[in-house]
Design a protein around this ligand. Structure first.
Ligand SMILES: Nc1ncnc2c1ncn2[C@@H]1O[C@H](COP(=O)(O)OP(=O)(O)OP(=O)(O)O)[C@@H](O)[C@H]1O
Ligand SMILES: [Mg+2]
Length: 223
């Protein structure tokens, strides 16, 4: 059974009159443990596809199966629950909270879980250590470099231990060397922890780091 199975998936923005077709008739299988890139020019549908994989939108047509379950058939509440159990996001705008330290930015996503404070602390420190910034735990995002902030966002995605991480242009805000280091880190976490990473990029050098690339053009899979 594949992790994801998409069949005939289409998505349009805007309901009345001027609807924009963002994805059309996409078929895609993703296996657990893959390190998969989504490439394609601006406007080709990369972010839309990640949002659908993240169960943030329901497709207008077609089906999305996650762990064999038809997510498109679930109600809003069930879909939200499945998302929380299985999927973490790293957004391009990292969504770090400026008044919180790196430690607190990672820890707060665990507050919705029934964990003891000691267990929460252990997991938070483990996630910060996994991305190599345990020594920065007490710093706030604005006192950190772009690459360090990206690591906080990655730690926050890891700490929930969900198995699937979706990242929209995770290196776009970084210089080449830092971007490369972040990709090496994601690849190591993929290899060592078996986490599935699906990320978008327009950077050919970043695409080259993927095990497999799905190219989008005008909302369709080109290759
Ligand atoms: N909120 C929205 N409302 C209307 N149309 C949208 C919206 N978001 C995206 N679109 C349109 O859907 C299509 C796909 O957009 P999407 O953001 O998925 O592309 P992308 O490949 O992520 O682009 P980029 O590389 O610039 O981030 C584009 O034609 C875009 O204009
Ligand atoms: Mg995008």
């Amino acid at each position: 059974m594949s992790l994801y199975e998409l069949r005939g998936v289409s998505y349009r923005y805007g309901r009345n009159g001027q609807a924009v077709s963002a994805l059309a008739d996409v078929d895609l299988d993703v296996e657990a443990g893959e390190f998969l890139a989504i490439g394609g020019p601006s406007g080709s549908g990369k972010t839309t596809l990640l949002n659908l994989l993240g169960l943030l939108h329901a497709p207008d047509a077609g089906t999305i199966r996650l762990d064999g379950r038809d997510a498109s058939a679930l109600g809003e509440r069930e879909r939200t629950r499945l998302r929380r159990e299985r999927i973490a996001f790293i957004f391009q705008s990292l969504n770090l909270i400026p008044v919180l330290t790196a430690y607190e930015n990672v820890e707060y996503v665990l507050f919705s879980r029934p964990l003891s404070s000691a267990e929460r602390r252990r997991r938070t420190l483990d996630a910060l250590a996994a991305v190599g910034i345990a020594d920065q735990a007490g710093r706030r995002p604005q006192c950190m470099s772009g690459g360090q902030q990206q690591r906080v966002a990655i730690a926050r995605a890891l700490v929930r231990d969900v198995g699937v991480v979706l990242a929209d242009e995770p290196t776009a805000a970084l210089d080449q060397v830092t971007g490369r280091a972040v990709m090496d880190l994601l690849k190591r976490l993929n290899r060592d922890r078996g986490i599935t990473f699906i990320f978008s990029t327009h950077d050919p050098r970043i695409l080259a780091a993927a095990d497999r690339v799905v190219h989008l053009a005008d909302g369709r899979i080109a290759s």
